[in-house]
Design a protein around this ligand. Structure first.
Ligand SMILES: *Cc1c(COP(=O)(O)O)cnc(C)c1O
Length: 450
């Protein structure tokens, strides 16, 4: 039946080309792994993570600014990144006792860990103090509990005071002006129990200028804190370094043309809820922009203030992808429904009233033939809303049972932030691809017997 499916398809949104990964994907390895695991899986590329860390560090070096990169661990739970951090001396940003344990157990030094998150438990604070971690204080009552833990442990707590950004006054995180004032006084008074190392913030969104502005304000706060006898020699500007998934042309066309008929069931998304999949200034370039805005680099140097940053997503850029196997295909009028062997809980953007937009790539099991074909992608569950991809993606040919669908660049937040063994479907294993020396070896991220 020669139905022309193409007109219903959403405008294409291909991820940036990645020839090295393409070579691995076309090697037959993904089909072999799909057979072995009998379910979806994630591929991880730790070499990319290392390269991303190195690019951020290089921007600091070029600007002559002292600082440290902390990987924001919530963006992906894999052990591989902890090994990378331990081996390169990269810091880790944790927000729970479990995350702290994982970082320490992989050999990340306590002093290279920053503990963020609201109302941290006493257990987490105690271990953080004993391990010499840097603790970002989110509230005055938390500061009191930190001081109590430091006294009990007879070790001073290393802290930053987290600033409630004036630009985001409704944020539930950080200390406002009055609270900061009180916290500074409390630190000055509790000198033996605390080393007040500086200030921090984390902004929503990806605007480098807002970050530069707030960083400048924190440098001034450091000078003010020093007048009280506090150390105040570093600031953390948090994360939010954008990732550029696709080019400007495709992104602008997508935003311009996408409409409900491009989605299964006429679903519509608020374009404002989409992640900005194209960013002209992204990753380390965003850090460069921050440092050059209003001479921030010079102000940091002059004031002797170190710059800490906590990128999550940006360190995982191009460091992984997600592979599903096609389990069934059925035709609807003008498009098809592809059902894959997992659920949307393994591709998390759906859970934010949005969807992951870089197009999945079809890896056919056999020589592809036939016409282009538009299809959405559903999970192998009994929920109407469990769609891995609501939009009708234009595939080069009609997917067939046994083909693989590869979602590109999913390491940042997409892999595991919402994963669940719903329906007794197994959690997708993470497979690490070691690509040193030009050959590719695979291994499990966490060995089942370890
Ligand atoms: C989530 C978070 C980050 C990382 O944000 P990205 O957008 O992934 O870079 C950094 N710092 C804090 C405090 C966070 O909550």
């Amino acid at each position: 039946m020669a139905v022309t499916h193409t007109p219903a398809a959403a405008p294409p949104l291909p991820a940036h080309p990645d020839p090295q990964l393409d070579a691995i994907l076309s090697s037959g390895l993904p089909h072999e792994l799909s057979y072995a695991f009998d379910g979806p899986f994630h591929l991880l590329l730790p070499d990319r993570f290392d390269a991303n860390v190195a690019s951020f560090t290089q921007v600091l070096n070029e600007a002559g600014v002292e600082g440290r990169v902390y990987y924001a661990k919530k963006a992906n739970k894999a052990a591989a990144w902890m090994d990378c951090c331990a081996l390169s001396g990269t810091g880790v940003d944790v927000a729970s006792a479990g995350e702290l344990r994982d970082a320490l157990s992989h050999g990340v030094r306590g002093e290279h860990v920053v503990v963020t998150g609201p109302a941290k438990t006493d257990g987490l604070l105690r271990v953080a103090v004993l391990q010499g971690c840097l603790i970002a204080v989110d509230a005055l009552d938390e500061l009191e509990r930190i001081l109590a833990q430091a006294r009990a442990a007879t070790r001073p707590a290393r802290i930053l005071l987290r600033r409630l950004p004036a630009a985001q006054p409704h944020s539930r995180f950080g200390l406002d002006d009055t609270e900061l004032e009180a916290a500074l006084a409390r630190c000055a008074q509790a000198q033996d129990a605390v080393v007040m190392e500086g200030f921090s913030f984390h902004l929503s969104g990806y605007d480098p200028l807002l970050r530069a502005e707030l960083a400048g304000e924190l440098v001034e706060l450091c000078l003010k804190a020093r007048a009280l006898g506090l150390q105040a020699d570093r600031i953390s500007i948090g994360g939010g370094f954008a990732v550029d998934y696709t080019d400007a042309e495709h992104w602008e066309r997508f935003l311009r043309e996408q409409r409900p008929e491009h989605y299964h069931a006429g679903k519509s998304f608020n374009p404002g809820d989409f992640y900005p999949y194209h960013s002209p200034v992204a990753g380390p370039d965003a850090l460069r922009t921050i440092l050059t805005t209003d001479g921030l680099a010079g102000r940091l140097r002059e004031a002797g203030v170190k710059l800490l940053l906590e990128p999550g997503r940006a360190l995982l850029d191009r460091a992984g992808c997600t592979v599903f196997r096609v389990q069934g295909v059925k035709d609807r009028s003008g498009y098809g429904i592809v059902t894959v062997d997992g659920s949307s809980l393994s591709l998390s953007e759906q859970w934010f009233n949005s969807e992951y937009l870089p197009d999945p790539v079809l890896l056919p099991a056999h020589e592809p033939q036939g016409e282009p074909y538009a299809a959405c992608v559903g999970g192998a569950t009994c929920l109407e809303s469990d769609m891995v991809t609501w939009r009708k993606v234009r595939f080069p040919t009609r997917p067939a049972v046994g083909d693989l669908l590869v979602y590109p660049n999913t390491a940042g937040y997409q892999m595991d932030s919402n994963e669940s063994p719903f329906h007794d479907l197994p959690l997708p294993p993470k497979v690490v691809l070691d690509t040193a020396g030009g050959t590719t070896h695979w291994r499990l991220d966490r060995h089942p017997l370890a």
